[in-house]
Design a protein around this ligand. Structure first.
Ligand code: NAP
Ligand code: F7E
Length: 343
């Protein structure tokens, strides 16, 4: 029997990689889209869009979700759709909560109320942002959760709800507590992609200053391809549970800049905040990185690194890519993208 999967957030970084992975495993793949088909064909789904069935709807629209879920009757639902920008969540907390928290509730309610979905499994895209500025390092499934942003708080609601529906309604519901994961498909507002794009433009002769916020913030950056495989592995295990997915290594934003600079062999010129533009000039050939205080968050999470030993032990999950591979993939991709745009 062909398994049917339904992915919310299918047009995003993870959704598109997961769709490709599930198609390779022989699934019939359906996805929720909130943009017109012409946009979707230009999105990350361009390679596989003819093999996935898209349904128009929105996580804030319960009726559309109920209708789609009743039509598709998936064996597995992967809830990846979200307002994913932490900084934006401070400016738009209400919409963030509606999508990330209540959107999850809408799906779980439908799974429990619709008799055709009684055996449907559910995956929730939980996040390391739920740990906030934890006193415990590295963070595991047992680390106390104390999110530091409206994004993290909305995700914590969805995480607890997933656990609650698992124990109170016996839904096969898993939550993957995923640490930062990146790829050439990472959104352009996230720090890794912002950096690789700026360097690719610089190498191609478009001389710009790269403005960043907190350079000392530390993250555990993995490759999105490894992380979507982990989502699927959780859903194949006989018992639903929660798992941290991480590499266990930590680097600062400054380190990431240095790695990209080393990849392209570009000398860097760092300019801290409070230094006037005229005061310090980059030498010829140097890319200038300037701290812009406006890019600092009202409250930042600064020390994330995950302990994924449970996923390694129980699911036999291992990452295939390390940070050097990730930097290489992102830099190669962004350089090619700039070249294509310049032709
Ligand atoms: P992404 O690239 O930003 O994709 C977000 C997806 O959500 C897009 O498909 C977007 O659709 C969709 N979406 C946003 N609002 C929606 C709404 N109201 N209704 C329906 N769809 C909506 O994010 P990602 O990096 O793939 O992350 C996937 C999930 O994992 C998210 O839930 C995120 O919070 C979580 N997560 C990510 C990371 C990470 O490091 N990447 C780590 C932990 C957890 P459009 O294409 O139309 O905008
Ligand atoms: O920031 C610092 C910033 O926006 C990482 C989402 O996928 O991962 C992601 O959230 C760090 C922060 O990712 C800039 O202050 C410095 O400390 O790339 P980011 P994030 O906030 O960690 C988690 C796990 C998710 O769940 C989220 O959905 O980098 N930083 N300068 C900057 N960040 C940005 N965006 N832009 C800067 O210029």
């Amino acid at each position: 029997m062909t398994k049917v999967a339904f992915i919310t957030g299918i047009t995003g970084q993870d959704g598109s990689y997961l769709a490709e992975w599930l198609l390779k495993q022989g699934y019939q793949v359906h996805g929720l889209a909130r943009r017109p088909i012409s946009d979707v064909m230009r999105s990350h789904l361009y390679q596989v869009h003819q093999h996935v069935q898209l349904h128009y709807g929105d996580l804030t629209d319960g009726v559309s979700l109920n209708t789609i879920l009743d039509q598709v009757r998936p064996h597995e639902v992967y809830n990846l759709a979200a307002q994913t920008h932490v900084a934006i969540s401070f400016q738009a907390p209400e919409v963030t909560t509606n999508i990330n928290a209540l959107g999850t509730l809408r799906i779980l309610q439908q799974i429990t109320h619709n008799p055709h979905l009684r055996d449907t499994k559910f995956y929730q895209a939980s996040t390391s942002e739920m740990f906030g500025n934890s006193m415990q390092t590295p963070q595991s499934e047992l680390t106390p959760l104390a999110p530091a942003s409206p994004y993290g708080i909305a995700k914590l609601y969805a995480h607890l709800l997933t656990q609650n529906f698992r124990s109170s309604h016996q839904v096969f519901a898993c939550a993957g507590i995923l640490f930062n994961h990146e790829s050439p498909r990472r959104g352009e507002l996230f720090v890794t992609r912002k950096i690789t794009q700026a360097f690719a433009r610089w190498v191609s002769g478009q001389h710009t200053i790269l403005e960043l916020g907190n350079l000392d913030s530390r993250r555990d950056w993995g490759h999105a391809k490894d992380y979507v495989r982990a989502m699927w592995m959780m859903m194949q295990h006989h018992t639903p549970d929660d798992y941290v997915i991480a590499t266990g290594t930590q680097h600062s934003v400054r380190d990431f800049c240095n790695m990209v600079a080393a990849y392209f062999n570009i000398p860097l010129h760092w300019q801290g905040s409070g230094v006037s533009e005229q005061a310090v000039h980059a030498q010829t050939g140097e890319l200038m990185i300037r701290v812009n205080p406006e890019l600092h968050r009202p409250l930042d999470v600064i020390n994330l690194v995950g302990d994924s030993s449970k996923a390694q032990r129980v699911l036999n999950w291992q990452p295939e890519y390390d940070l050097n591979d990730l930097v290489q993939h992102m830099c190669e991709h962004d350089l090619q993208l700039v070249k294509n745009l310049m032709q």
